[in-house]
Design a protein around this ligand. Structure first.
Ligand SMILES: Nc1ncnc2c1ncn2[C@@H]1O[C@H](COP(=O)(O)OP(=O)(O)O)[C@@H](O)[C@H]1O
Ligand SMILES: [Mg+2]
Length: 361
């Protein structure tokens, strides 16, 4: 019997994408099926290069072809990714916009945004990070471009800085926090809009935005200016921090705004002493992140331990995800994968986020 591409496709209908819960053929993820004698090849296009189930899906494809078509076939599966999006009109080329938010300052929002950006870029995704924390920008310090000014390209757009394959722009390069402190909301909003739209981001799979803590004009500007794909909420375990984070996150859930919350990250979750690496001390309490995720009807993407020396590393302008292979690097990698999965699920299941028209009274 002559084996056809149709036979291969119908075998592959037995393989599901575990996140989207449909088979990969129906989802349009199988491309370029070629049958040549006893050799079969095809490409599986995942929804993110950060997919933790890449190997599992690949093996399932090979098994399905062998089981349902012919055991003796030589099967080659090429795995690629095409990050999904629901919108690309407002900021052409940018597929997903993710707001990294927190209830209050000092919980590690910028540190985590920087490390998530690097972790996502490590998977091969095209990543940008926008520092919108107008009153306390710290991305230039975290990536070592403090005091540098961005160049303009031929179209008069700001050329983002680039470190560790992440495109970076910070409101701190346009205005000093000392200046910003006396700005009223509309000025901050105008500066933010400029930075978003006047930066030559190019093609990005994920644009992470390091938000100011809490809620305010900058937050409203952001959801008015951009169709934000979703928000990530950072908290520390303390009850008060969790309460603040919950208050901050509620804004995204307002009826008119309705930005999905893609998950919670608990920072400074526990402490592992250098001289007793098998011990975990929950010095700030346990389960704060988990209970917040429950309240917000979202997932706890992960917990980041307290790290001795993290501050020194940050001061050298190198996020730990760049070189750390230990517990911290692994935590960031897992969190980045879950976040990318949740973005893909969101894009498959929900209508696009709309920009918000808010009437100010
Ligand atoms: N997991 C952690 N362990 C130890 N120190 C941390 C951790 N996360 C953040 N920090 C430190 O806490 C301080 C505040 O972090 P930062 O990312 O600037 O917070 P935010 O952006 O929320 O204000 C920084 O000095 C940072 O190095
Ligand atoms: Mg910060």
């Amino acid at each position: 019997m002559q084996i056809t591409a149709e036979n291969i496709l119908s075998a592959l209908r037995n393989v599901d994408d575990p996140d989207l819960k449909k088979d990969i053929v129906t989802l349009g993820m199988v491309k370029d099926v070629v049958v040549s004698g006893s050799e079969v090849s095809f490409t599986v296009v995942l929804t993110t290069p950060a997919c933790p189930m890449k190997e599992l899906i690949k093996k399932a494809c090979i098994n399905a072809v062998k089981m349902f078509v012919d055991d003796s076939l030589e099967v080659t599966v090429n795995m690629t990714a095409n990050v999904t999006t629901t919108e690309n009109k407002t900021l052409p080329g940018v597929r997903n916009i993710i707001a990294i938010s927190s209830g209050k300052g000092g919980v590690g929002k910028s540190t985590i945004a920087a490390n998530l950006a690097v972790s996502l870029a490590n998977t091969g995704a095209r990543v940008g990070l926008l520092d919108a924390d107008i009153y306390g920008p710290s991305i230039p310090i975290l990536f070592g471009f403090e005091g540098e000014k961005p160049y303009l390209n031929a179209e008069n757009k700001l050329i983002p800085f680039e470190r560790h394959n992440v495109k970076l722009m910070s409101i701190g390069t346009l205005v000093s926090p000392q200046q910003a402190i006396v700005w009223r909301g509309p000025m901050a909003s105008k500066a933010l809009r400029q930075m978003i739209f006047d930066t030559a981001w190019g093609e990005l799979d994920y644009l992470l935005i390091d938000m100011p803590p809490g809620t305010g004009d900058v937050h409203l500007t952001l959801v008015q200016a951009l169709p934000v794909t979703g928000a990530v909420v950072i908290t520390t375990p303390q009850k008060l921090a969790v309460a603040d984070a919950r208050k901050g996150a509620e804004m995204f859930r307002w009826d008119q705004i309705n930005v999905p919350i893609l998950g919670v990250i608990e920072n400074m979750a526990y402490f592992i002493p250098d001289d007793a690496p098998d011990k975990k001390y929950y010095i700030f309490g346990e389960n704060g992140g988990k209970s917040l995720a429950g309240d917000l009807e979202t997932q706890l993407l992960g917990q980041i331990p307290i790290r001795q020396g993290i501050a020194e590393n940050s001061d050298f302008g190198t996020p730990v995800a760049v070189y750390e292979n230990g517990v911290l690097g692994e935590s960031y990698k897992e969190i980045a994968q879950k976040l990318a999965q949740n973005v893909a699920i969101r894009n498959a299941n929900f209508a696009p986020t709309h920009r918000v028209e808010i009437q100010k009274s």
